[in-house]
Design a protein around this ligand. Structure first.
Ligand code: SF4
Ligand code: SF4
Ligand code: FES
Length: 416
């Protein structure tokens, strides 16, 4: 039996094996309903799901629709759902896909939240690219433009590197729960793209961009914090993290109080946890409208919102999910535990600068490698955020890594 050795020294069989594929087929132009199509292919287990689909197309049915180009997880064109989870077909090994298969058959469907053009091909123009265009996806340069190049701190470019790694595959869009409910939501990929410019010190429109994204009812405050996009992304872009950064800069640094109540809602949320250690839902709504105090419940817009929420509240009461006594009483944790929660708030709030930890860039620093006492621990790069969205300083606690000249990074090229 032939064998291959992988980077992790794991030995895998290199002999071809049979794999069953179940493909979702749909041609909107045919007028027929979608259906499932099964094929058995033969390939080595370390080969990709994309290769399996292409083999099925070549051997059994030339009409199977699939989009691909690079076959190396670079171009972002082969996004699909494998066993219900978003994935790049060229970046998913057959043996791994089989492990996730419910009944021994690898199930492949088109991505979600986008209309199907044919079989596994979705219309990315209609959703994904339209939303990318929405966030002004280019740098609006500070004036006057320097004669040669902009010189920016190295740390600030590291800060946006994570969003620059996006290959525009749409996997995050496919799984976004907020987009499922509100297709108009700008969405994880476009908002991550927006952070790429809000975090770039060469861009001149940070405040305008943030104001626009905060005031849009389908902007940064429409995200429900569900983590789906974080799990879906094959490039670790962490779109939800970028959205939370946009929110923090908009509210803490530019003090934007949006008409969608996003800023107040967040303040009410964190205020209630600080006061009680637990979220108290009945108090969340009035405080979101009337401010972080007991009197908030008398704010007229809170009453209006409460009225519109009555059907949902009644449903909860009828089904026994909430009881008036439990809902109206503050939910509290024991005193000692609450003190610990509050000490976290005190520590974070007493900092002069907000600390943003970028865990994306890991690896071994050149100087660490040169040092005889070097350890092989990964290096995480942290940046502190200056109020006003100004260029961030280097992490004061971080080890010096470069000579002063090398600490400057000159950048002319744009990320994808
Ligand atoms: S965290 Fe926000 S952007 Fe990401 S999938 Fe969930 S709702 Fe969408
Ligand atoms: S953020 Fe990640 S999942 Fe979303 S489009 Fe970019 S690479 Fe794909
Ligand atoms: S074919 Fe390019 S990412 Fe899969």
């Amino acid at each position: 039996m032939a064998e291959t050795q992988t980077a992790g020294a794991e030995v895998r069989s290199a002999d071809p094996e049979q794999f069953k594929l179940r493909l979702r087929r749909y041609d909107p132009e045919s007028g027929e309903a979608p259906y499932w199509d099964e094929h058995t292919i033969e390939l080595e287990p370390h080969r990709s799901v994309l290769e399996a689909i292409l083999q099925a197309r070549d051997r059994f049915d030339g009409s199977i629709g699939i989009r691909c180009s690079c076959r190396q997880a670079i171009c972002g064109s082969c996004g699909v759902r494998v066993n219900g989870e978003p994935a790049l077909a060229c970046h998913t090994h057959l043996d791994a896909a089989l492990e996730g298969a419910r009944d021994g058959v690898i199930e492949i469907e088109p991505m979600g939240n986008m209309p199907v053009l044919k079989d596994l091909i979705v219309d990315m123009d209609a959703v994904h690219w339209k939303k990318i265009q929405r966030v002004t996806p280019w740098l609006i340069a500070k004036q006057p433009v320097p004669e040669r190049e902009y010189i920016v701190p190295r740390e600030s470019m590291i800060d946006v590197t994570q969003t620059m790694a996006c290959i525009q595959c749409g996997a995050c869009v496919s799984d976004c729960l907020a987009m499922e409910v509100d297709p108009g939501f700008i969405g994880p990929a476009a908002l991550a793209k927006s952070y790429r410019f809000v975090g770039d010190p060469r861009d001149d429109q940070h405040e305008e961009r943030l104001l626009d994204l905060s005031e849009d009812p389908e902007g940064i405050f429409d995200c429900t914090h569900c983590f789906k996009c974080v799990e879906a992304c094959p490039k670790d872009v962490n779109p939800m993290g970028q959205i939370m950064r946009l929110r923090r800069i908009a509210t803490n640094d530019f003090h934007i109080v949006d008409k969608n109540n996003g800023e107040r809602h967040e303040a009410a949320f964190t205020g209630l946890i600080k006061d009680n250690g637990l979220l108290w839902e009945a108090e969340l709504l009035p405080r979101s409208y009337g401010g972080n105090s007991w009197f908030g419940k008398f704010a007229p817009p809170a009453g209006k919102e409460l009225l519109s929420s009555l059907p949902a509240i009644l449903k909860g009461l009828i089904r026994g999910k909430v009881s008036p006594m439990k809902a109206l009483k503050p939910h509290r944790i024991p005193k000692n535990d609450l003190k610990q929660v509050q000490s976290i708030y005190d520590k974070v709030e007493s900092r002069e600068k907000r600390y943003e930890l970028n865990l994306y860039i890991v690896g071994e620093d050149e100087q660490v490698l040169e040092s005889p006492s070097a350890t092989s621990d990964p290096v995480a790069v942290g940046v502190t955020a200056e109020p006003g969205g100004k260029e961030p300083d280097a992490d004061p606690g971080a080890e010096p890594t470069d000579t002063p000249a090398e600490q400057r990074s000159t950048t002319e090229g744009e990320g994808k």
